[in-house]
Design a protein around this ligand. Structure first.
Ligand SMILES: *Cc1c(COP(=O)(O)O)cnc(C)c1O
Length: 487
């Protein structure tokens, strides 16, 4: 049975808080603010606490179990990050305070800008964008403005590989530019011949994710960047997969001109359920004048100041970004140090290859690019031999019964029945093995009792939902039974 709605609980006269007697003269509340019928439930403190704790226990989270949601980097979020983000000296700041009174916060931002620039090989960084997608929009607007400054404002075309995240073409369209899709070759790289055909005077640039959403390192990345540059274009790097390469290779060194970081992915902020995020953008020296402003700089007296880049595209959000996420990312980087960040990426890649190799050896699920070493994630297919009617969706739903969060499904679009698995570096070998065992048992179930999968999940708080109907005709209100909960 589903959890009762809180408005359906309670008994008249029950209460959790005793309001003290008024010790000031009573003033009548204006009648327009008073409702006679306000069906608030009457509950004890214990009832309220239990209700919300029960609800929270129905949530799946990375603090509850394995969460191999590919491309999202659902790594463990160290609790020290939360401690730092809650320090009173950070929490009680106001963004309009005089800079002289917030030097510590500005120093943290300045140092994070510098650390991100160092990690990814850029000259300047803005911390303003609120998410990866927002960073993409910022980056493409920077590319466009830089080209207008070069006298190349007539250019309108952005190339996006077919393995890209949907935000890449969406960003292009929102920037008023035109998307041209590039096919991938049989090794999962960008098809170089297709790229060459699109290198003309209309090119703004290329958006590329490296490693790609297939979990593969683009083997021609340097050549690709050179080709785009020769055609007068710029290269945007989608940095969502930075967790695979930290301390090993720097996108800026490969020829990427501008890239977003997903602090909530790579640098560990809890981000299930849609937020909060932070999508700083790093750029080359050539693009630095176009960054959104203000960014933190330091003057000759060592004071931290707000500075507007000369040819800034303007603000992309209110104030200075999601400061709480910025503090968490700073803490995470300082806790790991340079050596530690490299180790993070090495272990993330090792874990993914371990899972890919074991799954491939079992042979239940095809792995279309399994002939290559993967990076921090890999893409399998929910197509089980001997179980024709079973789909990736059924496998994913059945995994819930085994206590796991399902992997990313049906993405990237170029892999049929995709199951994109990203273990991250924070999982033990035992957890990775348990997940492989669950996938193997599900493959057996698919062959012997496919309906068990078609009707899964069986053990979750809610059963299989009609996702199309939920999206098209959502029921967003619930009317409480009238006999309860009124005074
Ligand atoms: C997550 C992701 C994005 C978008 O980032 P958000 O922070 O969710 O806006 C873009 N590209 C790829 C490859 C991603 O995985």
């Amino acid at each position: 049975m589903s959890e009762p709605f809180i408005y359906e609980l309670g008994e008249p006269g029950r209460h959790g808080v005793d309001v003290p007697d008024v010790d000031v003269p009573e003033t009548p509340i204006p009648a327009e603010f008073v409702r006679e019928e306000l069906p608030l439930p009457e509950l004890s403190e214990a009832d309220v606490v239990r209700h919300y704790v029960h609800l929270s226990q129905k949530n799946y989270a990375v603090d509850v179990g394995f969460y191999p949601l590919g491309s999202c980097t659902m790594k463990y979020n160290p609790k020290v990050n939360e401690r730092m983000a809650r320090l009173p000296g950070f929490v009680n700041l106001h963004p309009l305070q005089d800079p002289a009174t917030v030097q510590g916060a500005m120093q943290l931002m300045y140092e994070l800008q510098a650390m991100l620039a160092e990690i990814a090989g850029f000259d300047a960084v803005t911390l303003q964008p609120s998410a990866g997608a927002h960073g993409e929009l910022t980056g493409v607007l920077i590319m466009r403005k830089a080209q207008i400054a070069r006298g190349q404002g007539h250019r309108t075309k952005i190339l996006v590989p077919d393995s890209a995240h949907g935000t890449n073409p969406a960003t292009t369209t929102m920037s008023g530019l035109r998307v041209v899709e590039l096919p991938s070759d049989k090794n999962g790289n960008v098809d170089l011949e297709a790229l060459k055909r699109e290198l003309d005077d209309d090119l703004v640039g290329l958006m590329i994710t490296n490693p790609s959403t297939l979990g593969l390192f683009e083997q021609h990345i340097v050549e690709i960047c050179e080709l785009v540059h020769q055609a007068g274009g710029l290269v945007y790097g989608d940095g969502a997969n930075l967790n695979a390469i930290m301390g090993i290779v720097r996108p800026g060194d490969l020829g990427i001109d501008v890239m977003h970081f997903n602090l909530h992915k790579t640098f560990s902020t809890p981000h299930g359920g849609g937020g909060p995020g932070s999508g700083p953008v790093g750029v080359t020296a050539e693009l630095a004048p176009f960054l959104p402003g203000p960014i933190v700089d330091v003057d000759e007296n060592g004071e931290y100041i707000w500075k507007w880049p000369e040819q800034s595209i303007g603000r992309v959000r209110s104030f200075h970004g999601n400061f709480g996420v910025i503090v968490r990312a700073y803490t995470y980087i300082r806790m790991h140090g340079a050596e530690g960040l490299r180790r993070v990426s090495e272990d993330a890649v090792l874990n993914a290859n371990y899972m890919q190799a074991r799954l491939q050896a079992r042979g239940d699920y095809p792995i279309p690019y399994g002939h290559r070493t993967c990076m921090h994630e890999f893409v399998a297919q929910g197509k089980i031999s001997g179980a024709a009617g079973v789909h990736a969706l059924d496998v994913a739903k059945r995994l819930i019964d085994y206590g796991f969060h399902p992997p990313t499904m049906y993405f990237p679009l170029i892999v049929h029945e995709a199951l994109m698995i990203e273990p991250t570096e924070t999982e033990s070998k035992e957890t990775l093995d348990a997940f492989i065992e669950a996938l193997t048992r599900i493959a057996e179930e698919a062959r012997t009792d496919p309906d068990l999968l078609h009707t899964a999940p069986h053990l979750a708080p809610v059963r299989r939902l009609d996702e199309v109907r939920a999206a098209r005709r959502p029921i967003l209100t619930r009317t409480p039974p009238a006999h309860r909960a009124t005074k």
